[in-house]
Design a protein around this ligand. Structure first.
Ligand SMILES: Nc1nc2c(ncn2[C@@H]2O[C@H](COP(=O)(O)OP(=O)(O)O)[C@@H](O)[C@H]2O)c(=O)[nH]1
Ligand SMILES: [Mg+2]
Length: 329
């Protein structure tokens, strides 16, 4: 699943992967400026990287791709998002990552339902998780030109941290990857045969700064080398085939098809670690500890222990009640 702020380069990234594999642009991918200025509003799912062998014109390439097409990852291009962290977005993301949202569901319709009936409604409606739709790898796409969307990242982190209260295990086990896009703005434009202007370009130091600013926002600092990509897309400013773009894309694809953490069904009722009896026992344990603590404190302060005061009060209350009862008889 590709996620990131609008304009990060997600749709172009999908198209790049498709072009590297097939030699052809994916005609239906909606791209931002430079094309029809349209923003991805719905989730776009591309099975096996959207490769359709019929559209591959080069014979030898078609033969090669045919042998591996079934192994290519399915790509989900998320709708354009802002730097948002709201209960609404968390619910939507959770359902997406968990594979609860069926294909071709209109996201704006889901959002208006959520607005109408409140947060929690979608979870009530979409209760079945489809194994084929569960997200195994989350790719956070960040443009090197943009400010880091900390709220959106927090929203994603919180969803991925959700734990089943009874099994104490994480519900969603998707692995996180970082793609810092628009790397072509850094290197010598000759490398990318770019015809773009210099005004957008940036230094490698600035790019690396953005990268190191981004990593701590996710819990992947240790796995950074393997899970981070300096990415450049095929845009209309890049002429012809480019070996840098192709190399990064192939390295990325190789990483995507490596097996990650085994997936579990988020709706499975697994053997609970904390059942009702256990919860009661834990509460009793805590209460005993608190009483002990109180008693110890009183001893240290050399004052009348709290349990003694409580006992005296209880006796007094019982005595008063008894007196009242007797007098009414
Ligand atoms: N220079 C450069 N521009 C890019 C790159 N990737 C995307 N863009 C441009 O960034 C804009 C937004 O891209 P888009 O894929 O629609 O972003 P999305 O909203 O994340 O799907 C478009 O104008 C793209 O042409 C890249 O690697 N380098
Ligand atoms: Mg898009």
């Amino acid at each position: 699943m590709l996620i990131g702020q609008s304009g990060a380069g997600k749709s172009t990234m999908f198209n790049t992967v498709h072009r590297v594999l097939t030699g052809e642009n994916f005609t239906y991918a909606r791209q931002g400026a430079g094309h029809a200025q349209s923003v991805t509003l719905d989730i776009e799912r591309y099975n096996n990287c959207g490769v359709d062998l019929k559209t591959v014109r080069d014979d030898s390439r078609r033969e090669k791709i045919a042998a591996v097409v079934h192994k290519l990852p399915h790509i989900v291009d998320c709708p354009g998002m802002g730097d948002d962290d709201s209960p609404e977005l968390r619910e939507l993301l959770e359902l997406l990552v968990g594979g609860f949202i069926p294909k071709e569901t209109q996201i704006p319709t889901l959002q208006s339902k959520q607005e109408q009936f409140g947060v929690g409604f979608l979870k009530k409606e979409y209760r079945t998780s489809n194994p084929a739709d569960r997200v195994t790898k989350v790719v956070f796409v960040q443009s090197c030109r943009n400010v880091i969307p900390r709220n959106l990242i927090n929203c994603l982190n919180e969803v991925l941290k959700i734990t089943d209260p009874t099994t104490l295990k994480r519900k969603y086990t998707a692995e996180v990857f970082l793609v810092i896009s628009k790397f072509d703005l850094v290197l010598d434009p000759c490398v990318y045969n770019s015809t773009g202007s210099d005004e957008d370009s940036m230094t490698l130091e600035d790019f690396a700064k953005k990268e190191s600013e981004l990593a701590p926002e996710f819990n992947i600092v240790g796995a950074l080398e393997d899970n981070r990509f300096r990415w450049a897309n095929y845009t209309d400013k890049i002429q012809g085939r480019n070996k840098h773009i192709e190399n990064i894309a192939l390295k990325f694809l190789k990483r995507m098809v490596q097996p990650g953490t085994p997936q579990t069904d988020p709706t499975d009722r697994l053997e609970p670690v904390v059942d009702t009896w256990k919860t009661f026992q834990l509460y009793m344990f805590r209460l005993t500890n608190q009483i002990k603590q109180l008693f110890l404190q009183d001893m240290q302060l050399n004052i009348t222990p709290a349990w003694f005061v409580t006992a005296v009060l209880c006796v007094l209350v019982i005595a008063v009640l008894y007196k009242l009862l007797m007098s009414s008889v």
